[in-house]
Design a protein around this ligand. Structure first.
Ligand code: CP
Length: 322
């Protein structure tokens, strides 16, 4: 289908050219396009009203890895807009008979108007987008990209703080393998944060390709190891779990597991008004005791996934307004 950076015609002139686009990486979208998405999503927050904007459309979900939030919030978003949803369940599909990603994608393009795909292999969604004549939204490819999550995270910050620019962020956790953290950092490059602390144990620092890209795009960031040194300066704390499933060697996971945790005591050292985001699912890094804090914003964040993805589907499939 059509990717960012290709000639887009008159809509590119207005800086908002969503219709028919693949959504593979947040890097493919301009700040203006993101702001337009968030404006549309704002119109979907609150009690849902029955809508028929996408009544003639079928959305296919194809998740080759487990998911609760991404799969179900896309499904809910599509249903709330009147679309129908078909789900490829890899464990009962012909993938078990050896059918390729190529042929699976060719089938889905014939059965649907848009494909949301999650896959353990980096580049899988991009490959599907190259094969498919209908738009593909990357629901996460290995350790690489999770664009709709990053859009959701920025949207959440904008709703909580009224702005994304000028804030100090700490991105704590598995900054090596967590695609949500990488995508959030990539998303921040579209804005002007005051400073971003990228906080992790040494072995979970971002891969060289990520820091290179952040520098190239001019993000002001510092690599740190100790949250307690920066939490007092932080407006938004973005936390991720250690992605055990991505470690090539489980011995390396064993060495680092449990190495950071946001307890209530640590959070109490934070700035008043600090907001804690987490893409979820969580593990031991975010104990349940934090849920009662007024700073805990991760459940709100997860729930905003529906309005944000309603806006995303509407823009890619219809280009309409909320
Ligand atoms: N945040 C996120 O991607 O969650 P799921 O893995 O449940 O989709």
């Amino acid at each position: 289908m059509r990717r960012g950076g290709e000639p887009l015609g008159a809509d590119r002139v207005s800086g908002d050219a969503w219709k028919g686009r693949d959504v593979i990486s947040i890097l493919d979208f301009s700040r203006q396009e993101l702001e337009s998405l968030f404006d549309t999503a704002n119109g979907f927050v609150g009690p849902p009203k029955p809508r028929k904007d996408l009544a003639d459309h079928i959305v296919a979900t194809a998740f080759f890895e487990p998911s609760t939030r991404t799969r179900l919030s896309f499904t809910t978003a599509a249903l709330r807009l009147g679309a129908k949803v078909i789900d490829l369940s890899p464990d009962v599909s012909s993938i078990l008979k050896g059918e390729s990603l190529h042929d699976t994608t060719k089938m889905l393009e014939g059965y649907s108007d848009l494909i949301v795909m999650r896959h353990p292999s980096e580049g899988a969604a991009l490959l599907a987008a190259e094969i498919s004549s209908v738009p593909v939204i990357n629901g996460g490819d290995g350790s690489q990209h999770h664009p709709s999550q990053a859009m959701l995270d920025l949207f959440t910050v904008r709703r909580l703080k009224g702005r994304i620019d000028g804030l100090t962020y700490s991105v704590l956790g598995d900054n090596r393998y967590a695609r949500s953290a990488t995508s959030f950092l990539y998303g921040l490059t579209k804005y002007k944060p005051k400073l971003v602390y990228v906080v992790s144990p040494e072995s979970l620092r971002p891969r060289l390709e990520i820091t290179k890209k952040l520098k190239e795009l001019g993000l002001r960031f510092e690599l740190r190891s100790d949250l307690e040194q920066v939490i007092g300066l932080t407006d938004v704390l973005y936390l991720t779990r250690i992605q055990k499933e991505r470690f090539p060697d489980l011995n390396d996971y064993e060495k680092v597991k449990g190495s950071y945790k946001l307890t209530k005591e640590v959070l109490s050292k934070g700035r008043s008004g600090i907001s804690v985001l987490h893409p979820l699912p969580r593990s031991t890094e975010l104990p349940y005791e934090v849920d009662s804090s007024k700073s805990a914003a991760y459940m709100t964040q997860a729930h905003l996934g529906v309005p944000l993805r309603m806006a995303l589907l509407l823009k890619v499939l219809g280009g309409g307004k909320a």
